[in-house]
Design a binder for this molecule. Structure first.
Ligand code: MF3
Ligand code: CO
Length: 255
């Protein structure tokens, strides 16, 4: 069952989304050579708690055999696709970092991710970051009542592939609300299932994960961190959005 949110519930989700947006802005300003991903995690957790929120990811149950997620953010560097665990590794000039943030407040979650360049990055890395963001904006154009999930998925896939990159298959976007992960799944590629029809009041996390090389990924021994199978770079862009009778709303942004 896909939950439909009232106008007031969407306002509550905006509150979570705004905290997410501020955290991403703070982290964008903080990323530079020499900074560790654990330091970024501390900045995020401190601001989220000061705002009265709870980091959605902390303590999240993973695959069997994995520890509960220890971070407040996911920090995935270079060939890491998603779910990089914050740690003592220092960022260096030329790296790219994908940061994913989730906040729970007033009964609802907000979830968003960005990829940032560290210092000067290659032209190809810059293009990867831009194409990933742009593919989200292609997708959200289709997030209107009457369309289906596959309408979002198809335009994201086409845009990414037209630009010479590939979309990850194993991990997908999702419905979001009282739970961080709710139905429906939102693949970033065409599937055999067309997916449900979109209705006003649905809230979705659309999150293309885009690889420079092939779309295959593998899971590291920590059973969290996902990396590209061919070692190529990967970028991530995610917002929590609400379907309305008019234009879709991006909830993970500053109002
Ligand atoms: N934004 C990611 C997602 O939607 C983050 C989940 S990280 C986890 O799945 F630690 F909470 F699993
Ligand atoms: Co998400």
């Amino acid at each position: 069952m896909i939950s439909i949110k009232s106008k007031t519930e969407i306002e509550s989700m905006k509150k979570a989304g705004e905290i997410v947006a501020v955290v991403l802005e703070k982290l964008n300003a903080a990323v530079k050579p020499g900074v560790t991903t654990l330091e970024l995690d501390r900045i995020a957790e401190e601001y989220i708690r000061k705002s009265g929120g709870i980091p959605s990811f902390k303590g999240y149950k993973g695959f069997p055999g994995a520890i509960d997620y220890p971070g407040s953010i996911c920090a995935s560097v270079n060939n890491e696709v998603v779910h990089g665990i914050p740690g003592l590794k220092e960022l260096k000039d030329g790296d790219i970092i994908s940061i994913d943030v989730g906040v729970y407040i007033s009964g609802f979650h907000g979830d968003a991710a960005r990829t940032f360049p560290i210092g000067t990055v290659s032209e190809k890395a810059e293009k990867l970051i831009n194409v990933t963001r742009e593919s989200f904006y292609e997708g959200i154009k289709k997030a209107v009542p009457g369309n289906r999930i596959i309408d979002i998925s198809s335009v994201i896939q086409d845009y990414v592939e037209k630009n010479g990159f590939s979309v990850v298959r194993e991990y997908v976007g999702h419905g979001i609300g009282k739970e961080m992960h709710e139905p429906p799944q939102i693949p970033n590629y065409r599937t055999r299932e067309k997916g449900p029809r979109l209705e006003s009041g649905m809230t979705l996390a659309i999150e293309p994960m885009v690889n420079e090389g092939g779309f295959n990924v593998k899971l590291l021994d920590n059973r969290w961190t996902v990396v590209t199978a061919d070692g190529s770079l990967s970028a991530h862009y995610e917002n929590t959005i609400a379907i309305t009778d008019k234009e879709p709303l991006i909830l993970t942004k500053l109002s």
